[in-house]
Design a binder for this molecule. Sequence first.
Ligand code: UDP
Ligand code: MG
Length: 324
Amino acid sequence: MSNKLMVVIPCYNEEAVLPETSKRLLAKMASLTEKGLISPDSRVLLVDDGSKDRTWEMICGLHQEHPLFEGVKLSRNRGHQNALLAGLMTARGRCDVSISMDADLQDDMDAMDRFLEKYNEGCDIVYGVRNKRETDTFFKRQTALMFYRLMKSLGVDITYNHADYRLMSNRALDALHDFKEVNLFLRGLAPLVGFQSDVVTYDRSERFAGESKYPFKKMLAFAIDGITSFSVKPLQLITSVGIVIFIISLCMLLYTLVSWIGGNTVTGWTSTLASIWMIGGIQLLSLGIIGEYVGKIYHETKQRPRFIIDRYLNDRGDDPITDR
Ligand code: UDP
Ligand code: MG
């Protein structure tokens, strides 16, 4: 028996790529059905993340033209991760298996066959991994590499070069549903879900049209979010720095006492000024890091909904989900 697949695609101002993406998806889903990898009632769920252009109108049009396409409209822009979660949580219980991907055709659709084969072999999660990043700029490649290395050194289990192109079985979605955190970093959560998993490599191409919604500032914020949501090592690092500075201060105490006894205590402007700036800087940095975590706690304790669904377009008359 073949499985019902739901492809989940977050879309934010994607009017430039949607016609092409939908055309390719139609062909891909037809070929997967023909191969017997998915059942004919499989669906593509397009999540409109509060777009300001004609994205939602296009999704409505696609839904009318073809029952393959379903649409979810969020009440406002909530960002990629929340939009993706909204889609996955809508798919949960409505499919056997889900695959998440971006709208911009950067993720090679032909990898879906291998995703589903792995699923049939018993995997609950399959990670799509780019085998080269030639299409990215040198800067993006290097910063990404640094980020993955940093995450690894901080003890966070994430798959190198895996974005959010991922297969998750309904069982894995159920498990993901139990993670209630507001600070979302899905590619870090998936390994925490566990189950049998595997990796499928693919070539990542360039964005088909439109602009990246991840400028450098957003990328940096995303990276900091990823680190502070999954590791408390930076906090422990502050303690280590504190210990080192304390030891240095003991040596300094000894030095000042010896100087005082020796009677030459007037000089030392440079060392005084340098230590004031040094200690001040380290203290502010430490406060900032602690503040980052306090901010996280602040957001988590409020337990605000991670997304609010405005409309859910489907051919079964399902209501928007309220459990988020
Ligand atoms: N996206 C979204 N909400 C946002 C920003 C982005 O749903 O606030 C979607 C976007 O439509 C795309 C995916 O997230 O499908 C990835 O964004 P993008 O391709 O711009 O990121 P990049 O590939 O450049 O990292
Ligand atoms: Mg992209």
